[in-house]
Structures are given as structure tokens and as C-alpha cells.
Design a binder for this molecule. Sequence first.
Ligand code: GN1
Ligand code: MG
Length: 367
Amino acid sequence: MDFQQIASCFGITDPIVAQVEIHSGNINRTYLITVQGEDKERQYVFQRINSYVFKKPQAVMANILNVTEHIKKKLLEETGSYDRRVLSFLRTTDGKPYYYTSQRHFWRVYEYVDNSHAYDRVQTPQQFYEAGYAFGEFQGWLSDFPAETLYTIIPHFHDTPVRYQDLYAALERDADGRCAGVQAEIEFLLSRENECSILMDGLRDGTLPWRVTHNDTKINNILFDKDSLEAICIIDLDTVMPGTSLFDFGDAVRFGASTAAEDERDLDKVSLDVGLYEQFTRGFLKGADDLLKNSEEDLLLQSVKVMTLELAVRFLTDYLNGDLYFKINSPDHNLVRARAQIRLVQDMEAKWEQLSEITRRCRAEMA
Ligand code: GN1
Ligand code: MG
């Protein structure tokens, strides 16, 4: 990879003195690039957009620029500054927000947010409260964004029934002959299918409002200040599209409140931490302020289950298809991921009453 050449396309002429790959995402390739400026070093994030997943990188960038501009305006009004609170993308010397190479790769570059860190696991309960607040606030900022101007980046992204259809198609094809080995997982997922249309049904029948949502709210998609651990900036805006607030809530809890990594092999380590669930719920409700309707709050807990099942279905589908979508680091990586999601659902079911009680308490506090 000729990073210096990519840099110069984005008008960065200073010499690159360090380049480190950041391995946390499952889709794009991400690098932290340090250049030596005249007086000090400067850092940028270079990202190669995965064009198997994102068929129209131009549309991805158009959405991101519109959304970040909107948030900048909001922050300026509210606090007088957007410094470190929102990503700033560079343009190429011919004015584009991406550089298309002769190898047909799309690259984008944004300014690194100083003294920040993205954590793959929640460090403290307070940090997860912060995360909830940040994602709630994010929805608030975008509540007056003209959603109809956004491109649909990945159709049916969180349409769980469609994800089940994809699983059925993968079972039918059995492209890699892996089907026979995962009967228990398939049986588990299919037995919960009828619980999974509730979010899409709510959007379609109007009981759940359409909002502009992030759609990929893993804890590592928030930058925290390294010293204060305050959430400062939401990143990975590739899938910002219209959806329900519950996509963001459910997915964030699925990932962040788990006691283990998303791809933990030892299932005894995988459970849902009820204390973390409480922190995130409280933070999210507070950050969203009075934005959420009762119909949304009623489904908070169920959304965690739906989003976890959805991802189990997606991982298992990719496993059956021969690992075309998610980056893997072992042949059974997608199966391991699917199994961890299934275990999380089982644990959630066992703790359902307790989790419902927590949800009630958090809602009552806000009322
Ligand atoms: C992918 O790239 P990353 O890691 O932020 C995926 C999400 C999944 C997640 C699971 C565009 O996100 O939907 O929830 O992996 N993004 C896309 O780790 O499919
Ligand atoms: Mg992503």
C-alpha cells in the first residue's frame, strides 16, 4: 500500500513517519497514519472501504458528509464548538471525499481525534452509561435531519425477517456443505423467528417512528477521551440510514453488555451483565431526552433480543455461504460468533424478569 501516494491525493505532503493497522472493525481496513509536520506530528485515519459490502462508496461518503455537517451545526449551536466531537473528512485535491485507486480501491481519510481511544470492551459501568448517553444524544441531533435525503446504503440492513430469509437461502444452497454440522444452532434460531419481526412491523404500521439511526452501535464505534473516559465522538458512520432507535439500543447492549467478546469460544464466559444493561439504558434514555415514544420504550428489552438473534442469523448465514462477508481469522470464526450470540440470547431469556424490572425502573426515573 502506497500510503504516501494516498496522502498526497488528499493534499497531505508531509512525510509519513508511522503507519499502524487498526484491527477492530469486521469490514473495512483501517490504518492510523502519522506524518511529520513542520512543527509537530499530525495523525490521520486512512480507511479502505470494503466495496463488497458497500457497493456504492460514493453514496456512503455523501451520507456521512451530510450527517457530520448536520451534527457540526448542532454542536455549534449548543456548545459553540465541535472540536473532537465529530469526524472531519479530508477531500482530495480534486475535491472528492474519497480517492479511487487504479486497483479499484476506495480510500477515505479523516483527522484523528487527539487523545482518544476506541475500546473493544467496556472498561467501567460509568463508561457504558456514557456510551448510552452518546448514542441517545446522537439520535437527538439527527431528529430534524431530512431522512429522505439519505441513500439506502445496504437495503434491509436491520430487517430481521429478511435476514432470516437469507438464512433459509443459505441452508437451501449449503454452498460449503456446512449445514449438517450446525443443526442445533439452526433449530434454536428458527424457534425464535416469530419474535423477530416486531421492530419492522412497528415501523411499517407506524407505531414506531422512523428516525435517522447509526445502525452499528458497538462500543468500539465511540471514541472516549483517554483521560476522562468521557464519550466524545461517534465513529463508523457507514450505515447511518433511516431506522428505529431500537436498532441502535439493541445492538449496543448486545455487544457492550456481554461479559465476553463477540467471538468468545468458551460459552461459559458469555452472559448479559444486568448492571451494564441498567447503565446503558439509563444513559440512552437520558441522552435521548424526551425524544423516545412509549411505543419505543416498551420494546427496549425485546430489541436487544431481536438484534442479538439477527446477528446470530447473519454470522451463521455467512458461515454457510463460505465466509464471504465478515473478515475471519479462523475457518469457524463466523460459527463461533453465531454461537456466542445464541448463548447471549439464552442468558437473556433466563434473566428476562430481572431485565424487565430494570427497564421499568430506568423509565420511571426519567418520567
Ligand atoms: C460489522 O465493521 P464493524 O465491525 O463496525 C457489521 C455490523 C455488525 C458487526 C458485528 C456494515 O461492523 O452490522 O453488527 O460487524 N457492519 C456491516 O461485529 O455489516
Ligand atoms: Mg462498521
